[in-house]
Design a protein around this ligand. Structure first.
Ligand SMILES: Nc1nc2c(ncn2[C@@H]2O[C@H](COP(=O)(O)OP(=O)(O)OP(=O)(O)O)[C@@H](O)[C@H]2O)c(=O)[nH]1
Ligand SMILES: Nc1nc2c(ncn2[C@@H]2O[C@H](COP(=O)(O)OP(=O)(O)OP(=O)(O)O)[C@@H](O)[C@H]2O)c(=O)[nH]1
Ligand SMILES: [Mg+2]
Ligand SMILES: [Mg+2]
Lengths: 283, 292
């Protein structure tokens, strides 16, 4: 027997509600429902089948497809490769205001240190009040050097400075902080393009807030289009987040999530696990 | 742009004669989708859609173009009902000092808003000072100092002090002695799962007794906004909401849901990082933007 159009529509309606309540963006929810209906329509079952488990397995397949879009990124592997070619690994962090870029840099600096790799922070947010002092204090707490210039200086120049410093001192990784910016602000997006043009990062990390709603679609789309995203970091997962944002950002960027921020301390950084999101969303 | 999707759906659906059952269902789906894309919390969105269906069936829809207009105005009215249809101004005591405390989730824009609010209040002839009790976030004190230096508003902070309540009482006392009549208190970010921080917020409000507790909400927040706001309102007497970052692509439905959850009015909207980007909240234009 095939699943009837009517029964697929009924399950899809329930699925849509579950996904929205689990904080998946509307556009991503539509895509999941579309793929789910397509798969389900191709399935034959007998009167001995457990249709509920067929539905759940199909849903899991669709979510897994979306959540594992491409090669996952192993940061430590990439650092090793960069060390072999005797160049620092350069990583740029960007995203809208207040999502946790600066704290993520501090956490990753600590993570690298715990794995035996050195890093330097580039204070590339030369605009926002207190941004340089904030990064410098993280650097002091972790004993990691921060390269900074004055407020109002050219962010690209600071990044360039930091890369030269890392190259001459044999530091393994350069972590470039940038100012928060709305993806719809074309001047600020052009500035970020310039920072990336000058610093030629090996990795470009989009940083997002897991509490963000449908704006995450526009953010991921425009940052990917104008800058290019190699991986995403989603923060504030500890705020009792349902996890839907992880599905939305991966769906739109077609790139993996590398880390999740699960708190405000340096150790509150987790490598992304698909299972964690699936367990949250799947009934 | 989103509103045009709702517009198109409504136009298509109401093109012919009186709408049939199938058309009503289609209309409800289009409305629900528009509200969800605007980040309105699921149950609130469903409530609005049901109410619109009931009202438009009740008085029967007029024919033609005016039918579409009346559906849109019913949607507009239902959403505005949530926000209150009048403007709720910030109340400053004429004869004694006013204490305002800002609370909210990490990164929502409290510190930036504190400076904006200080300038707004200063323009109304008050002598304003700001206290930061954020002893956790590195550089929080410097951030507020730098923001307030351009408007010559004094800032009190003591990042080395582990006791936020002590910083608050010391700062408020200092500024009251110096005859400041409006004191804004910036607090550290916190969310509903951080029970110790919620407890700290309760202690702060119990001890300082602010005249107004403002929940600062990031305009980009989605479905999570509603329950986060309820949690804040359960712990402390939130009096109003300020919505930030409305210069992004978000429609603000999350912040509307937050205000509904806390059962308070939205008093200000921030649409930019600079110190002048703070406007008195206008429910009509907010709802207009939400449904496009
Ligand atoms: N609970 C929690 N808070 C976080 C997390 N990541 C960041 N934060 C907090 O979010 C706030 C903003 O973090 P920042 O690192 O300043 O964010 P940002 O993106 O650099 O902000 P801008 O530079 O102003 O755009 C701070 O209070 C952080 O402590 C997280 O995973 N969980
Ligand atoms: N574009 C835009 N950015 C804003 C707005 N309000 C605040 N910001 C930015 O959002 C980021 C976070 O603002 P903060 O004032 O540090 O937020 P906060 O709530 O004090 O953060 P915590 O103290 O860490 O909880 C900063 O980059 C601000 O400049 C706004 O209305 N529009
Ligand atoms: Mg930052
Ligand atoms: Mg702050």
């Amino acid at each position: 027997t095939d699943f009837s159009i009517k029964s697929i529509a009924k399950v899809n309606k329930e699925l849509k509600d579950i996904l929205i309540k689990n904080e998946v963006a509307v556009k991503t929810t539509d895509e999941i429902c579309k793929r789910f209906a397509k798969k389900l329509s191709k399935i034959e079952y007998t009167r001995f089948s457990n249709t509920r488990s067929i539905v759940l397995t199909t849903l899991r397949e669709v979510l897994l497809e979306i959540l594992t879009p491409s090669q996952s990124i192993d940061l430590i592997e990439l650092v090793k490769i960069a060390k072999e070619r005797k160049n620092p690994l350069v990583i740029a962090f960007f995203g809208v205001n207040g999502v946790g870029k600066t704290l993520s840099i501090a956490k990753i600096g600590k993570y690298l240190m715990d794995n035996g790799y050195s890093s330097v922070f580039a204070a590339g947010d030369t605009f926002r009040a207190g941004s340089i002092q904030q990064l410098q204090k993280h650097g002091d707490n972790l004993n990691i050097r921060v390269i900074a210039q004055n407020y109002g200086s050219d962010a690209a120049a600071v990044a360039y400075d930091a890369i030269n410093h890392a190259t001459s001192k044999g530091i393994d990784v350069v972590l470039i902080d940038t100012a928060g910016r709305m993806e719809t602000n074309s001047n600020l997006m052009a500035e970020l393009q310039k920072i990336c043009k000058v610093s030629e990062p090996d990795l470009k990390f989009f940083v997002g807030d897991a509490l963000t709603g449908n704006a995450l679609i526009s953010q991921a789309k425009l940052f990917n289009q104008k800058i290019g995203i190699d991986a995403s970091i989603l923060n504030k997962i500890d705020a009792d987040v349902k996890g839907g944002a992880a599905v939305s950002v991966t769906h739109i960027s077609e790139k993996p999530i590398i880390f999740l921020g699960v708190g405000q301390n340096y150790e509150d950084l987790e490598s992304f696990s698909v299972e964690m999101i699936l367990d949250n969303i799947l009934p | 742009k989103l509103g045009s999707a709702l517009n198109t759906a409504i136009s298509k659906i109401l093109r012919g004669g009186p709408p049939d059952k199938e058309q009503i269902r289609e209309l409800k789906n289009a409305m629900l989708k528009a509200l969800l894309e605007a980040d309105v919390q699921f149950d609130l969105a469903a409530e609005v859609v049901n109410e619109v269906e009931r009202k438009s069936m009740d008085k029967g829809l007029p024919d033609g173009l005016s039918r579409k207009k009346s559906v849109l105005s019913i949607i507009h009215d239902e959403l505005s009902k949530f926000l209150g249809t009048r403007v709720y101004p910030l109340t400053l005591h004429p004869d004694r000092p006013t204490l305002i405390m800002l609370v909210g989730i990490q990164g929502s824009g409290k510190t930036t808003t504190a400076a904006k609010l200080a300038k707004y209040i200063q323009k109304r002839g008050k002598k304003v000072a700001v206290v930061t009790v954020d002893n956790f976030r590195p550089g929080a004190y410097e951030q507020l100092q730098q923001l307030c230096s351009s408007i010559k508003v004094p800032v009190y902070g003591d990042p080395e002090n582990k006791n936020a309540v002590k910083i608050a009482t010391d700062g408020v006392k200092k500024f009251l002695d110096e005859k400041y009549n409006t004191i804004i208190i910036d607090t550290a970010g916190r969310h509903k799962e951080e029970k110790a921080l919620l407890k700290e917020m309760k202690e702060l409000t119990d001890k300082i007794k602010p005249d107004e507790i403002i929940l600062v909400v990031d305009g980009n927040l989605g479905q999570a906004a509603h329950d986060q706001a309820s949690a804040f309102a359960e712990v402390t007497k939130v009096g109003s909401v300020i919505v930030t970052k409305m210069d992004g692509s978000a429609k603000g439905g999350g912040s509307l849901s937050a205000a509904v959850a806390a059962n308070v009015p939205i008093k200000f909207l921030a649409d930019g990082e600079d110190i002048d980007s703070l406007e008195e909240f206008n429910p009509t234009s907010f709802v207009g933007r939400l449904i496009g």
